[in-house]
Ligand binder design. Structure first.
Ligand code: PRP
Ligand code: URA
Length: 209
């Protein structure tokens, strides 16, 4: 079974509280989502292997370490996943970015695909699927399935807030995918919104409604 990791660093938890607040407007919301994504990227990349190198400092030769040639791909689920891309690229600037466009049908809550553009070498990359919300899990499960159908083998999922239902759905469909979240909330309401959650992530990021 894949690992579920709740990233409880105080900075992440503090900023997540501000993100949840209904009084936080779009500009601040966008900035906070980007910052939290950057802080989470720090933990999500913790298992990247290192290799020893020699570096000449001004005073001596140092035997030190660099990341061992990792090829990373970020895959935001449109729209709301876009809000997390820049924060992650701050820490992983060489990552390539693929996009999967999905929206939830408001009646059935099932994901509908409308866009998919991925780096050609996704089979060779460590992919991190990013989306602020893991609610029913339908969108993340479908996005991961698309990636696997196109050859991806090594996939992690990173979300800000998850409902227990969504975690279970992804773990059942994709037991090989580790999940990283900043919070696990109580439940979903009858419209598939996370309670207490933060509302509609896409609308709050982009000021739509
Ligand atoms: C939101 C969110 C996830 C999805 C989560 O996107 O960003 O992609 O819902 O719900 P699920 O786990 O039940 O699938 P939405 O469909 O509202 O589209 P948007 O990002 O374009 O607003
Ligand atoms: N999508 C959102 O943006 N928010 C939720 O609470 C659930 C799905």
């Amino acid at each position: 079974m894949a690992k579920l990791q709740v990233l409880d660093h105080p900075l992440i938890q503090h900023k997540l509280s501000l993100i949840r607040d209904e009084k936080t407007g779009s500009k601040e919301f966008r900035e906070l989502v980007e910052e939290v994504a950057m802080l989470m990227a720090y933990e999500v990349t913790r298992d990247f292997p290192l290799q020893e190198v020699e570096v000449q400092t001004p005073v001596a030769l140092a035997r030190t370490k660099v990341i061992a040639g990792r090829k990373v791909g970020l895959v935001p689920i449109l729209r709301a996943g876009l809000g997390m891309v820049d924060g992650m690229l701050r820490l992983i600037p060489a990552a390539k970015v693929g996009h999967v466009g999905l929206y939830r049908d408001p009646e059935t809550l099932s994901p509908v695909e409308y866009y998919c553009k991925l780096p050609s070498d996704i089979a060779d990359r460590d992919l991190i699927v990013i989306d602020p919300m893991l609610a029913t899990g339908g969108s993340a499960t479908a996005a991961i399935t698309f990636l696997k159908e196109r050859g991806a083998k090594n996939i992690k999922l990173m979300c800000l807030i998850a409902a227990p239902e969504g975690i279970k759905a992804v773990q059942t469909a994709h037991p090989d995918v580790d999940i990283f979240v900043a919070a696990v909330d109580e439940r979903l309401n009858d419209h598939g919104y996370i309670i207490p959650g933060l509302g509609d992530a896409g609308d709050r990021l982009f000021g739509t409604k």
